[in-house]
Design a binder for this molecule. Structure first.
Ligand code: NAD
Length: 367
């Protein structure tokens, strides 16, 4: 029997509640397909700061590196909010583990569950059929380039006695673009066969290089349609004709912004999963945060976490049938009218509003 080692990182807030449901669904899918999962829990984020004084203890990285995949819930909360640069912050755990595991690709599926179409702020006819995958470069570009803030006379403004100056650097290397482009074309091959490459080639040199390299990689995939779109136009087209997009590939900062815009199209944060892939151990997590406002009340929506398990089975273990099963089970549960508090609407009968554990149980029952 196949056995996979999973590093579980519940984190903070609703994290422990939703990850328990993810594990429940993972084990049920495993039982159906003859696979077992050995889970080891480790600390990340605020709970790690409390226990070890750092958001990413060495021990956590050791467990992650020794596993076949990492399943994370969420980190953060008001308890650890600080503007003091000397104090540790929960988010350092997230950036740290992405960097340490070399996770250069972020996959964010954006799909509409038809039962939840009303949750979107866009008209039903606009969002009908939305099913895209945002492929964001995660370890290069502006967020990782050289940056500095300093004083100089030239920067003196009317408000300050000393002039301040700051810069961030947007830099990419050829191999970084090549490998993310390849991930996008491979993903498109398994989907509807179209890649939209987003850049700002009319202004930025990195974007002109991006476009050139994406086209070079694209030549290896003649079966995949490739279009270029400027980032400002993409921001408009995402809400104008979202169903036209299949795979959208872009650099780190554009991807950060566009993936949140695309997430909003669905209108339900508690439904969106993500995968971060590199060349080794991959990490799967919901797109939402730790929801401290509802933590500990048993009402959090576990579906984004459960859909993160679906992505893990699909991308790390090639368990396509099991992953399809989880997606089908989630769709059926929603079609039957079951809702957690965040996705219910005025028409949801009170006896169909369920808590975190019941939602997990329903998905298992449909597997
Ligand atoms: P959030 O995503 O935690 O919550 C936003 C709103 O959505 C809240 O009202 C919350 O109750 C609700 N919500 C989110 N997930 C839900 C779920 N599964 N079920 C039901 N309702 C849900 O974002 P925030 O409030 O801006 O941030 C809270 C904390 O989370 C902060 O400390 C922030 O830094 C952290 N955060 C962590 C991550 C991460 O771990 N990847 C991402 C974003 C924010």
């Amino acid at each position: 029997m196949t056995n996979y080692k999973i590093c579980l990182l519940p984190g903070d807030g609703i994290g422990p509640e939703i990850i328990a449901e993810g594990v429940k669904v993972m084990n049920a899918a495993g039982a159906k397909y003859g696979v077992t999962f050995a889970c080891t829990e480790a600390l990340i984020g605020g709970c790690a700061i409390d226990a070890a004084g750092t958001a990413l203890p060495d021990e956590t990285l050791e467990v992650a590196n020794a596993s076949d995949a990492v399943l994370l819930a969420a980190v953060g909360g008001p308890k650890w909010d600080t503007t003091d640069p000397a104090k540790p912050r929960p988010e350092q755990g997230l950036l740290g583990i992405r960097k340490a595991l070399g996770l250069y690709t972020n996959l964010r599926p954006v799909q509409i569950f038809s039962a939840l179409a009303d949750a979107s702020t866009l008209k039903p006819e606009v969002i009908d059929g939305v099913d895209m995958m945002i492929v964001r470069e995660l370890t290069g570009g502006l967020y990782f380039g050289k940056r500095e803030r300093f004083y100089d006379e030239e920067g003196a403004g009317a408000l300050g006695a000393r002039g301040q100056r700051a810069y961030d650097t947007l830099e990419y290397r050829e191999y970084e673009i090549e490998r993310i482009a390849r991930q996008a074309f491979e993903a498109a091959r398994k989907r509807r066969g179209k890649v939209t490459s987003v850049d700002k080639a009319n202004v930025l040199e990195t974007s002109r290089m991006w476009r050139e390299i994406v086209h070079r990689v694209g030549a290896e995939y003649p079966d995949v349609e490739l279009e270029d779109l400027l980032v400002d136009n993409t921001a408009m087209q995402l809400i104008n004709r979202p169903a036209d997009f299949d795979v959208v590939v872009t650099e780190n900062m554009f991807g950060d912004i566009l993936s949140d815009e695309a997430a909003q199209i669905t209108g339900s944060l508690g439904m969106l999963a993500s995968a971060s892939l590199g060349d080794g151990v991959a990490l799967y997590e919901p797109s939402h945060g730790s929801a401290p406002d509802i933590a500990g009340r048993g009402i959090a929506n576990p579906l984004a976490q459960i859909l993160s398990v679906e992505m893990m089975l699909r991308y790390s273990f090639g368990m396509t049938e099991a992953a399809d099963d989880i997606k089908r089970a989630v769709t059926e549960v929603l079609d039957e009218g079951w809702r957690t508090g965040d996705i219910k609407d005025a028409e949801t009968p009170a006896d169909h509003v369920v808590g975190t554990v019941q939602m997990g149980d329903l998905v298992v029952a449909h597997l």
